[in-house]
Write a protein that binds this ligand. Structure first.
Ligand code: GLV
Ligand code: MN
Ligand code: MN
Length: 407
C-alpha cells in the first residue's frame, strides 16, 4: 500500500465518539439500550450526521430508514465502496456491537478528509435499520429491504412489545428525518466491508488484533404458540386442565433433544417467552416462545429447523427469519488480510457465529468483514468492552481495505 494514500485515523477521536454514542441510551453497568426507530435512535443519528457533515460527507435516508453518508470520488459514475453496520442495541446491550462499525466507517471518511485524499470510487457509510431485532423481530430488516430479499411492507404489521406496528414507527421516524434527502432503496456497490467486534473469545485468547472473517453461519428464527384454556389455579384439577405453560415445558424439552449436538456446533436458544393471562393464580391460556437456531452447515440448519413443527405437534409454528450460511468473496477477504499484514497486525481467518447485515450484502456485491477482539468474548451484555487500541487497529485495517477497493 502507498502509505501517502493512508487516511489519518484518530484512535482518540473514534473512542470519544463511541463514548458519546454510549451516553445515548446508557443503562447501568456501562450498557446501552437504544432500540431502533426511537427518539434515542434519532438522537444518535443526528450526532452522527453532525460529524459526517464536518467531514464533508453528504447525508441521505432511504425508505427503510437506512442512513447513508457519502464521500464523493473522482469518478462520480463509479460504483461506491460501502461500509457500515447498525446503531440499534439489544435491550441490555453494550457500547460497541454495531455502533463500532458505523463510527469506524465515519472515522475513515474523516481521516480521508483530514489527509486530503481523494479516491476514484465514492465511499459510503450506511447505518442499517433494526439489525438487532430486539424491538421488532426479526433483525436485519434494513439490510434485507435494501438487498431485495424482503420488502419493507413485509414488516408492516410486526409489533413491538408495546403493540406499536413497525409501519407506524417507521413512518414517525421518516417524518422526523423529512429534512434529509431521500435516496432510492437498493443499490449495487462495488464491495461491502463491515467492521465489528468479534462477540466471541477467540481473538483475545490468541492475542490477535484482527479477525479476517471468512463467512457467517446460518440462522433461522421461529415463534411457537401453544394454546390452552385459562382456569382457576386453586380449584381446577390438573387432569382437567389445558395448561399452555406445561405444554410449553414439554415442547422445549422435546426440542432440546432434537437439537442435541455432541460436537456443540449447533446453537439453539429460547430467548423470549410470553404467557397469557400471565398471573400467578390462573392456568395459562397461551404460551409463546421464540427459537433462534444457528448452524454453519445449510443442510443441518434445514433439517433441524424443518423438524421443529413435527416435534411440537399441536403448536402453531411460524418462521420469521431465515439467513442461510454465506461465504465471503475471496477478493474482499484477501484485501482485508493484506491490509492487516501491511499494518503488521496479528490476524487469523475466522467464521462469524453472529449474524450481521453483511449476510444480506453478500448476495448483492463482493462482501467481507473485519473483527476486532472484545474482552472475554462478552457481547449482548452491558459488560461488553473493547480497548481503544483494538478498535483503532480494526479501523486502520478498514481504512486501508476501503482505499484499496476504492482505487
Ligand atoms: C446479532 O445480533 C445476532 O444475534 O447474531
Ligand atoms: Mn451487531
Ligand atoms: Mn447484536
Amino acid at each position: 500500500m502507498d502509505t501517502s494514500r493512508r487516511p489519518i485515523v484518530s484512535e482518540q477521536r473514534q473512542w470519544d465518539r463511541l463514548m458519546a454514542m454510549a451516553r445515548i441510551g446508557a443503562i447501568a453497568g456501562d450498557g446501552v439500550n437504544r432500540a431502533c426507530l426511537t427518539a434515542l435512535d434519532r438522537e444518535a443519528r443526528r450526532l452522527l450526521i453532525g460529524w459526517a457533515t464536518e467531514a464533508g460527507a453528504t447525508v441521505s435516508v432511504d425508505a427503510a430508514a437506512n442512513l447513508w453518508l457519502r464521500r464523493e470520488g473522482t469518478d462520480p459514475a463509479a460504483a461506491p465502496v460501502l461500509t457500515g453496520s447498525h446503531m440499534d442495541t439489544q435491550p441490555e446491550g453494550g457500547r460497541f456491537d454495531g455502533i463500532y462499525g458505523v463510527v469506524a466507517g465515519l472515522e475513515v471518511l474523516a481521516g480521508l478528509h483530514d489527509a486530503g485524499i481523494t479516491t476514484r470510487r465514492p465511499i459510503e457509510v450506511v447505518a442499517w435499520t433494526n439489525e438487532e431485532g430486539g424491538r421488532f423481530a426479526p433483525g436485519c430488516m434494513g439490510s434485507m429491504a435494501w438487498s431485495g430479499s424482503r420488502r419493507v411492507t413485509d414488516f408492516a404489521e410486526i409489533a413491538d412489545p408495546d403493540g406499536v406496528r413497525f409501519a407506524d414507527a417507521l413512518a414517525e421516524h421518516l417524518a422526523a428525518e423529512a429534512d434529509l434527502p431521500r435516496r432510492a432503496l437498493g443499490s449495487r456497490p462495488h464491495a461491502y466491508v463491515e467492521a465489528h467486534i468479534e462477540q466471541g473469545p477467540r481473538l483475545e485468547a490468541e492475542h490477535l488484533n484482527i479477525g479476517v472473517v471468512t463467512g457467517i453461519q446460518g440462522s433461522r428464527w421461529f415463534t411457537v404458540t401453544l394454546s390452552g384454556e385459562t382456569a382457576h389455579a386453586g380449584t381446577t384439577p390438573l387432569r382437567l386442565r389445558r395448561d399452555a405453560v406445561q405444554d410449553m415445558v414439554r415442547a422445549i424439552t422435546a426440542l432440546n433433544a432434537l437439537m442435541d449436538d455432541p460436537n456443540d456446533v449447533l446453537r439453539f436458544t429460547v430467548g423470549r417467552i410470553t404467557v397469557e393471562p400471565n398471573t400467578s393464580n390462573s392456568v395459562a391460556s397461551k404460551a409463546r416462545f421464540t427459537i433462534d437456531l444457528r448452524h454453519p452447515d445449510a443442510a443441518v440448519l434445514r433439517a433441524r429447523g424443518d423438524a421443529i413443527a413435527t416435534t411440537v405437534q399441536g403448536a402453531e409454528v411460524s418462521e420469521v427469519f431465515t439467513a442461510m450460511p454465506i461465504v465471503f468473496d475471496p477478493a474482499v477477504v484477501d484485501a482485508v488480510e493484506r491490509a492487516a499484514d501491511n499494518l503488521d497486525l496479528r490476524h487469523r481467518r475466522i467464521p462469524s457465529g453472529a449474524f450481521h447485515d453483511a449476510q444480506f450484502a453478500a448476495p448483492v456485491c463482493p462482501s467481507g468483514m473485519i473483527f476486532v477482539p472484545c474482552r472475554k468474548g462478552i457481547s449482548h451484555n452491558p459488560a461488553e468492552y473493547a480497548e481503544p487500541g483494538w478498535l483503532g487497529a480494526g479501523t486502520r485495517v478498514l481504512a486501508d481495505t476501503l482505499v484499496e477497493l476504492a482505487g
